[in-house]
Write a protein that binds this ligand. Structure first.
Ligand SMILES: Cc1cc2nc3c(=O)[nH]c(=O)nc-3n(C[C@H](O)[C@H](O)[C@H](O)COP(=O)(O)O)c2cc1C
Ligand code: SF4
Length: 483
């Protein structure tokens, strides 16, 4: 992953934890009563893909164990990982793309309800993504994938030669010579792997997204409701289709790109379709970016505009992330796909302990505060969830006290210690396992390996409660803690 050039090393420490009395009386542990979203406390575990589903995208026992373990900590809400809405092979990505997934998802909602004693609300994140391919071997790219065009022939001075000769010639060229022959998109496909964009409207599947996506999201939301989830989170963040519609890089000319009003159109139409399907009294919100952190991307002003539109449309919550784009992703190794958390935008999404003078904590807090203020200035009070480097009670409480957020998201800190919420509420914060912001977990995510936390393996691996990963060296869930 990209690291800030300053490379200042930070260590997570917490100066003080609240007593039980202080915690119980705090804003963080006060309920949120919003029409479709009532939380017992204002804590939230945002979506995190753990790579536990089957190859067909089914809920497995490992998926159930993963979420039940989070539920034992009894946060206000847990959002189940990005879950695919298209019925296409997607590897071990959890799916909700057909009725056949509902029974497994029902087992998951039952398990979470039981593990939290019904105190934690459970939502599911719905995702759509476009085609992305692995970085090819140059031989495969030039011999099979590349369409040889008149432009190539002209640039090579090979108008008459047969196609195979053109391909051989291309294969023999150096990197810099190729820059004079291939188009920027062809070069990208060679160097990073082919990646579809929402602006590829010459492809029928892409030009028709405004018709296909509302239906796919709505059907998935109906299944989530049938499976017993308390709500759905529409994934409008990071590197995926809906975020690409919101992006300032979206130049579609069919009324769904260009101006902010046009870029937000499909995300609003998807929301309307979902709402029509699940009814007025079901929690529907979205996750989107406070800033894309890429050159020519959307910034916090755009995010304020989108937030007001989503709030006015009737969304029940807005959860803000940051960065995580393909646009600045590092070049993958041959045979690997680009990963959107390897560039600077990826760093801003999941900042790590080697950082700049601002450090890895709370980098999203100020932009989110501005977005919340914009929503309030439009006369709305839609709950805003702020996430990013939050690990201490004081940090979280200050966000609420200063009106910078309504609910506080803990992603990696909840992964490191799912009992954070219980320990702090009981005045036992000094027993919290603090996240180091090492991004060991994120490295596993990148390789689509079972995600675990490096801290868990400090407890004995042979204890009776330890379920081990397929490599036999890591715990699959956090060690048990009882109050
Ligand atoms: C292993 C891992 C998987 C993640 N998967 C998702 C995901 O499926 N959807 C999503 O919106 N964010 C995902 N994220 C981002 C987190 O939800 C969160 O925004 C990010 O980690 C920053 O918050 P933190 O500093 O509290 O960890 C993931 C993060 C990690 C570490
Ligand atoms: S591996 Fe554990 S300590 Fe490291 S960033 Fe992930 S959750 Fe935090």
């Amino acid at each position: 992953m990209w690291k800030p050039p300053e490379r200042i090393k930070y260590q997570t420490t917490v100066a003080r934890w609240p007593t039980e009395e202080e915690a119980v009386g705090s804003r963080l542990y006060s309920p949120l009563s919003s029409p479709n979203l009532s939380l017992e406390q204002r804590t939230w575990v945002p979506a995190m893909v753990p790579w536990r589903a089957s190859e067909e995208g089914d809920v497995t026992q490992d998926v159930i164990d993963w979420y039940a373990r989070f539920a034992e900590g009894m946060p206000g809400a847990i959002v189940v990982e990005a879950t695919g809405i298209r019925d296409i092979p997607s590897g071990p990505l959890l799916r909700i793309s057909d009725e056949r997934y509902v029974a497994g998802l029902r087992r998951l909602t039952d398990a979470v309800r039981e593990a939290s004693g019904g105190r934690t609300r459970l939502l599911i994140q719905l995702i759509d993504f476009l085609t992305i391919r692995r970085r090819p071997q140059p031989e495969a790219f030039f011999n099979r994938f590349l369409d040889v065009t008149a432009t190539h022939r002209q640039r090579l001075g090979m108008k008459q030669q047969d196609e195979q000769a053109v391909r051989q010639r291309l294969l023999s060229l150096s990197d810099s010579e190729l820059e004079d022959v291939l188009s920027p998109r062809e070069l990208e496909s060679l160097r990073q792997g082919y990646r579809e964009r929402v602006t590829d409207t010459h492809l029928p599947t892409v030009s028709t997204l405004p018709t296909t996506l509302p239906v796919l999201f709505a059907q998935a939301a109906r299944r989530a409701q049938a499976a017993g989830f308390d709500g759905v989170e529409l994934h409008y963040a990071h590197a995926y289709t809906m975020a690409s519609f919101l992006s300032a890089t979206n130049t579609r000319s069919d009324g769904y790109g260009g101006s902010r009003e046009h870029r937000v159109r499909l995300p609003l139409e998807v929301y309307e379709a979902v709402r029509a399907e699940v009814g007025e009294d079901y929690a529907v919100g979205c996750r989107f970016l406070s800033d894309e952190i890429i050159a020519t991307g959307s910034d916090v002003d755009d995010a304020c505009f989108f937030a007001k539109e989503f709030a006015l449309a009737g969304m029940d919550f807005l959860s803000l992330s940051r960065g995580g784009k393909f646009d600045d992703a590092k070049q993958p190794k041959v045979g690997w796909a680009a990963y959107p958390y390897t560039g600077q935008s990826g760093y801003e999404c999941m900042p790590a302990y080697l950082s700049d003078e601002r450090g890895p904590w709370g980098r999203n807090s100020e932009p989110v505060s501005q977005i919340r203020a914009a929503v309030h200035s439009a006369g709305m009070s839609t709950p805003i969830i702020s996430t990013g480097g939050i690990h201490s009670f004081d940090q979280a409480e200050a966000l609420l006290a200063e009106g910078k957020a309504d609910v506080v998201g803990f992603a990696r800190q909840a992964l490191a210690d799912p009992d954070w919420f219980q320990k702090v509420r009981l005045g036992r914060g000094n027993e919290v396992l603090l996240c180091r912001y090492s991004n060991y977990c994120e490295g596993l995510d990148q390789k689509h390996k079972q995600v675990t936390c490096e801290l868990w393996d400090r407890a004995a691996l042979d204890s009776p409660d330890a379920i081990l990963a397929t490599d036999g060296k890591r715990r699959l869930t956090a060690p048990r803690w009882s109050p």
